[in-house]
Design a protein around this ligand. Structure first.
Ligand code: NAI
Ligand code: MG
Length: 792
């Protein structure tokens, strides 16, 4: 450091390192290697792998590569502990979570330094953001623990949760996983990322110190193999994962058909949209927090800068000037802005993508190319003149690289923002409140920050749309991931299994059978009756095996047409909830006017008694009324997050939903599934009961006479599992409900991995008389959190 008069002249920062002796001595104590934390104690270390400080390349610890046998032991401990943890009173669980929060807070400095040494993030961030948010998460969920029974009636804990977290916010991701799981009465086996296992191990020590009962939290370190063993373990009831979309997809496939509950928080390529009336200086500071916070290793990083053409040059100039002031270097230095990339493999990944960008001839700006002599560093970079098709505009770089594009109109801005397969977050900058909220509503992302970015709080949900995953973490919506609804025990369906007279090997009835008389119920697509693409129909039989009619034999092409029609009807989602309610009431009224006819049809096809058939029609009318009533009442929330922010949790429709109906109660099941979906603004492609489709095909005329806009409900009859397969594979389908057999359920979950659509499958009998309520509405929506600041 120079003399004081020199410093006064340059006003430069001198070095200001955070002390790390306490952490180094803790690491020294564990020099022989860390074991795993199972059933309240550390195991003997084995199969050690090295842990590095990426800022220096120095080896700082060794941790155990958890084996399948370790996972077995951890799951068994969690199972045993859950039997005692779940029955504890909410108050008792609350005190435990509160104790964890207190202990984390007491050790904030230790944990921040350890996090920085292991991950490479600046101490300023681990100290001011990561660790305080960890404590906040445990405090918030300590509250939920004592409220869970009263606030989530009719639900119970899921059981043992397998949780896998990434390396970018190691302890914070641990808190996001463990706190809600424990509050909701579950126990956990958590696997930290192999590059950053240390704060999780320190947390294990905190669990002992805080007196958490043995087995409630188990920590098993290791790499993807350990993670895969945890996912595959049959004793795990729920998997929660944060990480790459690629691994998320593999986990979706691995858990398909197992009945495990799943939440995925995956990658992103989030837009940072700057309109011409934005406060550009604030937007520049926002961009710094959006992409240079945590070296850009943030799943919701604002990595795509979309700026109005008229202010683009001005914004770029300000950004370049600001970049010259970013300090890159020793993460333990309190004045460092940009620290080290987590590990050499991640640095290489960034470098590889940037080389691809160079091949495209893109223009890179870096204020200063000089980097620390050792360690894993990458300089803050701005790439301008990027085309939407460029690899740098499409791929998640997960590094300090901001990629800029321009737009001319708000519509173009929204189109560019949504031109990605991801949908994790977005940031919108404008001084026009009307425009801000309109754009926030139109961007398909789970979190939208207005005139702000990367704001987090335990009371707000966080999670993605589209290929950014499904499920939320944080807030009330996050707790649903850790509870399951108690279901009334249903008698196995009394309906005879579908008798599809057109299965392979059986002669399909031709569409013109019956002496030129076309008695075939057609499909219903885009508000019109349509002949099946195959030209075939199949005979619908009554329980005695007599033919009662013909139904169209839909195929892939029909499903594709139906999905297209549903997508075109998207304005249904923007109609007022009052309008949707009126349409549903009208449908109920029209069904009611024809109740006798529908009851006769049910009797004829299912062989139900007069009373049972009439009761099913009556129940269908009532249910439609219920969802008409709900249409404008399943509203969102305003979360109590940070001061001077309104955080709006909006229940938004998925968009296009597939609905595959079961065989039992053909009319009531159809109504019970379709009405909540459309009440919330979705457009649906429905596959009715294959055995008894005619009550649903009769419903076409009810839809026609009830002002249901064309394309909102599309119906394709045929073999349920074949049609479900096409729906599951279709990228235009955003969510899929499947009620059928175990094999079909597994197929749907596995094939949904393509675009990571949300699925809800049931292979067991449902008591349709009771299948009603908020759970259906919740499954028909996804929560978007919009953060709006106020005050000057
Ligand atoms: P990753 O998805 O492989 O790692 C995340 C976690 O999953 C780690 O704990 C890892 O051990 C575990 N894992 C890996 N394979 C697994 C498997 N088959 N089954 C179960 N668990 C498994 O991510 P990685 O390789 O560290 O980073 C690759 C890219 O992923 C990054 O460049 C970034 O684009 C993205 N990423 C996104 C994150 C997010 O928060 N959305 C976090 C980390 C990475
Ligand atoms: Mg490390």
């Amino acid at each position: 450091m120079g003399a004081i008069k020199d410093i006064l002249r340059t006003m430069d920062y001198g070095p200001s390192p955070e002390g790390s002796d306490h952490v180094r001595s803790w690491l020294e104590e564990h020099k022989s290697g860390f074991g795993l934390f199972i059933d309240g104690a550390f195991t003997k270390p084995h199969d050690l792998f090295d842990v590095f400080n990426p800022a220096t390349g120095e080896k700082i610890a060794r941790a155990t590569q958890g084996s399948p046998a370790d996972i077995d032991a951890a799951v068994a401990a969690a199972r045993k502990a859950q039997a005692k943890w779940a029955p504890l009173s909410g108050f008792e669980r609350s005190k435990h979570l509160y104790a964890l929060a207190r202990h984390v807070q007491k050790r904030e400095r230790f944990l921040s330094v350890l996090e920085t040494i292991d991950n490479g993030k600046p101490i300023r961030e681990s100290r001011d953001i990561d660790i305080p948010l960890v404590a906040r998460h445990f405090y918030h969920h300590a509250g939920w623990a004592s409220l869970i029974d009263s606030e989530f009636p009719g639900t119970r804990p899921v059981g043992v949760c397998g949780q896998i977290i990434p390396w970018n916010f190691p302890l914070l991701m641990l808190a996001w996983k463990i706190a809600p799981a424990l509050a909701a009465g579950n126990t956990v086996v958590l696997k930290p990322a192999e590059y950053t296992p240390l704060t999780a191990l320190a947390f294990a020590a905190i669990c002992i110190e805080a007196g958490l009962p043995a087995g409630v939290v188990n920590i098993v370190t290791g790499d993807g193999l350990t993670g895969a063993a945890l996912v595959a373990h049959s004793g795990v009831d729920k998997v929660a994962f944060t990480g790459s979309t690629e691994v998320g997809r593999a986990i979706r496939k691995a858990t398909a058909g197992t009945g495990k509950k799943l939440s995925l928080e995956l990658g992103g390529k989030s837009p940072f949209v700057v309109f011409e009336d934005a406060d550009l200086d604030s937007a520049v500071e926002g961009a710094v927090d959006a992409i240079w916070f945590n070296q850009g290793e943030v799943c919701c990083a604002g990595s795509r800068l979309l700026v109005a053409e008229s202010v683009a040059d001005a914004l770029y100039a300000k950004l370049r000037a600001r970049m010259a002031n970013l300090r890159i270097g020793d993460p333990l230095d309190k004045s460092t802005d940009v620290g080290a990339i987590v590990a050499p493999v991640q640095l290489e990944r960034i470098q590889r993508l940037m080389r691809e960008g160079e091949k495209e001839g893109l223009e890179f700006f870096r204020a200063d190319d000089s980097l620390p002599a050792r360690g894993c560093f990458y300089p803050p970079t701005l790439v301008t003149g990027v085309e939407a098709a460029s690899i740098l505009a499409r791929e998640e770089i997960f590094g300090p690289v901001l990629v800029a594009m321009t737009f001319r109109t708000p519509d173009e801005a929204v189109a560019l923002a949504n031109n990605t397969r991801y949908g994790l977050a977005a940031s919108v900058w404008t001084e026009n409140v009307n425009r801000a909220l309109e754009v926030a509503a139109r961007i398909k992302a789970g979190v939208v920050w207005i005139n702000s970015t990367n704001m987090f709080d335990a009371a707000s949900g966080f999670g993605g749309y589209r290929e950014s995953g499904f499920g939320r973490e944080g807030g009330r919506e996050g707790l649903h991931e850790y509870r399951i609804a108690d279901e009334p025990k249903a008698k196995p369906s009394s309906a005879k299994p579908a008798r599809l007279n057109a299965a392979p090997g059986l002669a399909p009835a031709s569409a013109t059978a019956g002496a030129g008389l076309d008695r075939t119920a057609k499909l219903y697509i885009g508000g019109k009756q349509a002949r099946p693409d195959s030209g075939y129909s199949y005979a619908v039989l009554d329980p005695a095996g007599r033919e009662v009619g013909l139904a169209g034999l839909g195929n892939r092409k029909d499903i594709r047409n139906a999905v297209e029609a549903a997508a075109k009807a998207a304005s249904w989602g923007a109609a007022t909830a009052h309008n949707r309610a009126q349409v549903l009431y009208y449908a109920a009224e029209n069904l009611s006017a024809r109740a006798a006819e529908f009851a006769r049809r049910l009797r004829a096809t299912t062989g139900a008694s007069v009373r049972a058939a009439e009761a099913e029609v009556e129940a269908s009318i009532r249910r439609t009324f219920v969802y008409a009533g709900y249409a404008d009442k399943f509203d969102g929330a305003v979360h109590a997050t940070r001061s001077r922010f309104i955080t709006l949790a909006m229940n938004e429709p998925w968009g296009v939903m597939g609905v595959v109906c079961p065989d039992g109660a053909p009319l009531l099941a159809f109504v019970s599934l379709v009405m909540p979906a459309i009440a919330m603004g979705n457009c649906v492609v429905v596959v009715p009961s294959a055995g008894h489709p005619l009550s649903v095909t009769d419903f076409y005329s009810v839809l026609d006479t009830s002002d249901v806009p064309a394309g909102v409900v599309n119906i394709v009859t045929g073999e349920a599992n074949a049609l479900a397969k096409t729906l599951a594979e279709h990228d235009g389908v955003d969510a899929l409900w499947y009620l059928g057999d175990a094999e079909g359920a597994k197929q749907v979950e596995a094939l949904s991995a393509g675009n990571l659509k949300a699925t809800w499958v049931k292979a067991s009998a449902v008591d349709w008389r009771q299948a009603e309520g908020r759970e259906f509405l919740r499954r028909a929506t996804q929560v978007k959190n919009i953060w709006t600041p106020y005050g000057e």
